[in-house]
Design a protein around this ligand. Structure first.
Ligand code: PLP
Length: 361
């Protein structure tokens, strides 16, 4: 790997494209002749304005975001959106629908309970998306929230949930920009940057115009979508560096053929890994049903001998494949294969899995 880099299978913060890191390195001391790095320039200056405008324009082009949606660059991580969403989209006492398919949607629902009457539409079994025929949508919910890809469990929706005329709200933190998405099906999409699109510190919120402007009076100003939209994400000092880095990633994705090409590459990588699990004669096992397997986060176990899992993780690290330990709440292994993980890295992991299984037999 260039620069002695490892293959980083972390669930986030995650790997970024080398080309982008090189660009950032070149810009670090002097961004485009401005005599400053992006970290040093005024966010009110024309230089940074061109950076944030470019980032937004490229994201709009990538996702074909309709004109009646705002793109907000917010702070506080995706976790802050767990509170911002009920505060902006509902009034006290309103019913809020949550589909719970894993740890992150459970957390989002838990936070929303502070602000409204949370109705859990369905609870998953951590290995599948619950059958829509069992969902108990409430007739009067202000919105239906779900997590498109559960980073810890590796459970991903293959299509947006069908919720009739209800406002659909999606946490896409761990699969944002991994594939084309029909934004018009959503009232709001949010995603922390640090998996697929940039460094931690910026959270993208894509929100439909009619959902802006009804925040509760108690909403912290920084979480108010109207304030952020009116001030073009610059009510206060924005995370300039993180936005700049996301801009470089968006531009690269466009150069590389857009989200259809990204999806194709991601499908190929995920297939290599799931095939390695399936072809291991039961040595490895995927805890997730085939229909809900994530293209981004691939958990797997060694069912016959869980003691070997620790050994697997430490031996892989010796071969420059790091961060393969499963989340502490579920154990096993997890390979996160976000956009910037090259196919080479996944192939190397699949080869290592094969060797490890043979050597452990
Ligand atoms: N939602 C999902 C699906 C995540 O994977 C994460 C973080 O891993 C979060 C929300 C929380 O994001 P943040 O750390 O940006 O608050």
């Amino acid at each position: 790997q260039p620069y002695g880099r490892v293959f980083n299978f972390s669930a986030g913060p995650a790997v970024l494209p080398v080309e982008v890191l090189e660009q950032a390195q070149a810009d670090l001391l002097n961004w485009q002749g401005s005599g400053m790095s992006v970290m040093e320039m005024s966010h009110r200056g024309k230089e940074f304005q061109s950076i944030i405008d470019g980032a937004e324009a490229d994201l709009r082009a990538l996702l074909a975001i309709p004109d009646n949606y705002q793109v907000l660059f917010m702070q506080g991580g995706a976790s802050s959106q767990f509170s911002a969403i009920p505060l902006n989209l509902s009034a006290e006492g309103d019913t809020l629908d949550y589909i719970v398919t894993g740890s992150w949607s459970k957390k989002a629902a838990g936070e929303a309970k502070k602000y409204g009457k949370v109705n859990v539409v369905a609870t998953g079994d951590n290995k599948s998306v619950p059958d829509p025929s069992s969902w108990k949508l409430s007739p009067d919910a202000k919105y239906v929230h779900y997590c498109d890809n559960e980073t810890i469990q590796g459970v991903e929706f293959k299509a947006p949930p069908v919720v009739g005329d209800k406002v659909l709200v999606a946490d896409m933190s761990s699969n944002f920009c991994s594939k084309p998405v029909d934004v018009s099906k959503y009232g709001l999409i949010y995603a922390g940057a640090q998996k697929n699109i940039g460094p931690a510190g910026v959270t993208i919120v894509i929100v439909r115009d009619d959902l802006i402007g009804n925040s509760r009076p108690s909403t912290p100003v920084m979480l108010d979508y109207k304030v952020q939209a009116d001030d073009k994400s610059m009510y206060n000092t924005p995370p300039c560096w993180a936005i700049y880095m996301c801009g470089l990633v968006f531009a690269k994705m466009r150069r590389d053929g857009g989200l259809a090409a990204v999806q194709q590459a991601n499908e190929k990588k995920a297939k290599v890994l799931y095939d390695a699990i399936a072809g291991s004669n039961g040595f490895y096992s995927s805890p997730v049903d085939a229909a809900a397997r994530s293209m981004m986060n691939v958990p797997f176990t060694i069912p016959a001998n869980a003691d070997l899992e620790k050994e697997f993780v430490s031996q892989a690290a010796k071969h420059s494949m790091i961060q393969l330990k499963g989340h502490r709440s579920v154990g096993g292994m997890r390979a996160s294969i976000y956009n910037s993980m090259p196919l080479d890295g996944v192939q190397q992991l699949a080869n290592f899995m094969k060797e490890f299984a043979v050597n452990s037999a």
